[in-house]
Ligand binder design. Structure first.
Ligand code: NAD
Length: 462
């Protein structure tokens, strides 16, 4: 095949970007060989952060935001290189989103009660050093998002990241500490270990100086944290269904669902993982998905081949997570043009490519006989995670029925899933959605504890 000029330009750009990564500063602020040392350093730093004014904390967060934007492309490329998951363009957008929409100190509010017997304030104070466990699907986004919220609350943080994303995580943690140093704050406001393992995680979970653990990941880690005897914030797995009924704008639903599903190759836990559509709209929906949204329909034999590749022996293959539709189809010998961005087919809800949380752009469609049947199927597919669900309908009563039945932390109506993270929707950004423990979209106030400060018989001037 002859190499076109645009291909040469793409290759040059790629090489330049890789050289930029190689040249990037590889400072090691906050990085330790031993978990106990990391916790001790974060504890020392917290003594300083604790007494920093809100204004000083906000200045530190402002520099973290600025550095995140400046390093968005480097972090995006590093994560794709290291984990093999996702795509650089969307990861850059995710870093800008974290930088711009993760709440800072403004999220921490004081409640006041006053009356004949005086004045009471309920103030939100830090926990101390928080232990945070982070996934490989959004590695630096989660680290930066957690750090902004935790530091705003006056805490410092020790991370036990996914080992498959350690280089990217170290880069992000170093950047956060450089931001703190730049505004006169302490080093080690965020720490980690060079080689995170289950053992370093266990040290963190049992450590006397860690009062709170925030776990972002699959069911295993959330269960481990909730069994640790410490207070835990559990942001676990999802399998968000997108329900479509006959009142929806079907063309727009196809666009929103495929856009949400394919964002960063379906890595976000909130992303549409399957569709449940009422019988009378399935064909129209599929038509728009194929004709206008770059979906490729696979037949029964291809579904079986893909199931064998994606779920060998029923276990999710990490080699497939976060890969593009084109790459996944290539794995079963199907060559498609670059504009194919999603794989689809109609199947029963029990189909393994539909019922399993895959985190790749495979979007099975389940046909329901009517709205009630669709709700029942969507609730089953969400598996009681209570994480995220989506609906395309113009009937408010039906939306209410669905919302009550599925009972998720996030429910997006008539939009792509990422609207829930503030990307084209009215929302804050977070990459830690505490579905299992009920905090929902975590932010600075989630990482603080309530304190009551009572003045008896004075300071009420009503
Ligand atoms: P994962 O569960 O394999 O790993 C997540 C983190 O937990 C990693 O740091 C890993 O090392 C650690 N871990 C795993 N099992 C553990 C155990 N038993 N004890 C201690 N630590 C353990 O998940 P992943 O592949 O990195 O990420 C994808 C999963 O995370 C998906 O299920 C996705 O839905 C979920 N997720 C949830 C949220 C949310 O906000 N709710 C956000 C992102 C990802």
């Amino acid at each position: 095949m002859p190499i076109s000029e645009s291909m040469v330009q793409d290759i040059v750009q790629e090489v330049m970007a890789k050289m930029q990564i190689a040249d990037a500063p590889t400072g090691k602020h906050g990085i330790f060989a031993d978990m106990n040392d990391a916790i001790a350093a974060a504890k020392k730093a917290q003594k300083t952060v604790r007494v920093m004014s809100m204004d000083q904390r906000e200045k530190m967060i402002t520099v973290i935001r600025k550095k995140t934007k400046e390093n968005a492309e480097i972090l995006a490329r590093m994560a794709v290189d290291e984990t093999g998951m996702g795509n650089v363009g969307d990861k850059i957008l995710k870093h800008h989103l974290v930088a711009e929409k993760t709440p800072g100190t403004e999220d921490i509010k004081t409640e006041a009660l006053s009356g004949d017997r005086g004045l009471t304030l309920v103030e939100m104070g830090p926990f101390g050093v928080i232990g945070a466990i982070t996934p490989c699907t959004n590695p630096s986004e989660t680290v930066i998002c957690n750090a902004i919220g935790m530091l705003a609350g006056g805490n410092t943080v020790v991370f036990n990241p996914h080992p498959a994303a350690i280089k990217t995580t170290i880069y992000a943690i170093n950047m956060i500490n450089e931001a703190s140093l730049e505004v006169g704050g302490p080093d080690n406001v965020a720490c980690t270990v060079e080689t995170p393992t289950m053992e370093t995680s266990a040290v963190m979970m049992k450590h006397k100086d860690i009062p709170l653990i925030a776990a972002t990941g699959g069911p295993g880690v959330v269960t481990a944290v909730l069994s640790s005897g410490k207070r835990g914030i559990g942001a676990g797995a999802g399998n968000p269904p997108a329900l479509v009924d006959e009142t929806a704008d079907i063309r727009k639903a196809a666009q929103d669902i495929v856009n949400g599903c394919t964002f960063d190759n379906n890595l976000p836990c909130i992303a549409e993982k399957e569709i449940v559509a009422v019988d009378c709209v399935v064909d129209e929906l599929l038509h728009y998905m194929v004709e206008e949204q770059g979906c490729y329909v696979i037949d029964k034999a291809q579904q079986d081949q893909l199931t064998a590749v994606v779920l060998p022996n029923g276990k999710l293959s990490r080699k497939c997570v976060g890969r593009s539709a084109k790459v996944l189809l290539g794995m079963i010998g199907v060559t498609v043009p670059d504009n194919i961005r999603c794989i689809t087919f109609e199947g029963e809800m029990e189909h393994p490519l539909i019922a399993t949380e895959l985190m790749m752009p495979i979007l099975g469609i389940v046909r329901a006989k009517d709205f009630e049947d669709a709700v029942e199927k969507a609730v089953w597919l969400e598996h009681g995670n209570r994480h995220s669900a989506h609906i395309h309908s113009k009937n408010v009563d039906r939306i209410t029925t669905y919302a009550r039945a599925i009972d998720t932390a996030i429910l997006v109506k008539n939009g792509p899933s990422y609207a829930a993270l503030g990307f084209g929707g009215e929302s804050i950004c977070t990459f830690t959605i505490a579905s299992r423990t009920g905090e929902g979209l975590t932010s600075a106030s989630t990482f603080t504890k309530r304190r009551r400060c009572v003045m008896q018989d004075s300071l009420c001037i009503r």
